[in-house]
Design a binder for this molecule. Structure first.
Ligand code: AMP
Length: 284
């Protein structure tokens, strides 16, 4: 496994893959890897010969007052895990390498970035779009794997790739959960013992909403109310949003008669957790 930390080094390594006729798949991450990330790496092996993983805590996607400074980092451990997963290349640049001067170009999505997580994290998806565009231009992957865990991110990246004609096939892998249903996240390490015990409330809320749709509920407002009620019954949890939106447009439908995304953001103490579930009313 090769570790490259510079853009020039990544381009040279990419050239070697091309010369050897190896297709390349990229798994972008912010490191502090867990089973969710590793599932993306396993998926990546099915898509291309050379598996690249980027590890970069992207300052551009953190707002003022967010957790950029305390975001967990452990490159040595990440490298060990990726070695075990037979990754071929790890690209772990510094912030100075990625952003040598203040960035003037921004990525906008015509308002699609202002709903759900974007409503409370202004600028977040602009930062995500920027770093993903840069990574695609540096690594020139044939494919890239993202997690459904960050559903709005996956949605916007598909749009970015389509609108900017990036020649990259986007693959979205399912959410990996702890045994009690909590979606794996590097941020779970922030949780106190009590908060960790309360954290599966997000998954329980999604299951309750899914059950209601299974039983015939078709009013998105009523489904959102179920999500809200389950979360508010947990004393440690503070709801940021509970949404039932169309999978195709992230907008609230008048009725659930096409695939929907149930999405939640909840604060437990100072930790912000997100989770989601996709539901096709035709198939449940
Ligand atoms: P992050 O390091 O949090 O930026 O995540 C890197 C990639 O891993 C993103 O595409 C995430 O959606 C994905 N990911 C994070 N957690 C999970 C999980 N529990 N299951 C599946 N994918 C995940």
């Amino acid at each position: 496994m090769d570790l490259v930390t510079t853009i020039a080094g990544a381009r040279a390594r990419r050239k070697a893959d091309r010369a050897a006729g190896r297709s390349v798949v990229l798994v972008p991450t912010m490191g502090f890897l867990h089973e969710g990330h590793l599932s993306l790496v396993r998926r990546a092996h099915e898509l291309a010969a050379s598996v690249w993983v980027s590890i970069f805590v992207n300052p551009a996607q953190f707002g003022p007052g967010e957790d950029l400074d305390r975001y967990p980092r452990d490159l040595e451990r990440d490298l060990r895990l990726l070695e075990e997963e037979r990754a071929d290349v790890v690209f772990a640049p510094s912030a100075e390498e990625m952003y040598p001067s203040p960035q003037k170009v921004t990525i906008g999505y015509s308002g699609l970035e202002d709903v759900l997580c974007g409503a409370s994290r202004p600028g977040h998806f602009a930062g995500v779009g920027l770093v993903v565009s840069k990574l695609f231009n540096i690594v020139e992957p044939d494919a890239a794997v993202f997690g459904q865990k960050d559903a709005q991110q996956a949605f916007l990246i598909r749009r970015l790739v389509e609108d900017l004609s990036f020649p990259v096939r986007i693959d979205v892998a399912p959410i990996v959960r702890e045994a009690d249903g909590l979606a794996m996240s590097s941020r779970n390490t922030y949780l106190s013992d009590d908060e960790r015990r309360a954290a599966p409330v997000l998954y329980r809320a999604l299951l309750a909403a899914r059950d209601a749709i299974r039983q015939g509920e078709r009013d998105p407002r009523a489904v959102e109310e179920i999500l809200r009620q389950v979360i508010t019954r947990e004393p440690l949890a503070n709801l940021e949003y509970a949404a039932c939106v169309g999978q195709e447009d992230l907008q609230p439908p008048t009725r659930i008669d096409r695939p929907v995304l149930l999405a939640l953001a909840v604060r437990l103490g100072t930790t912000r957790l997100i989770d989601n579930m996709t539901i096709n009313p035709e198939e449940i």
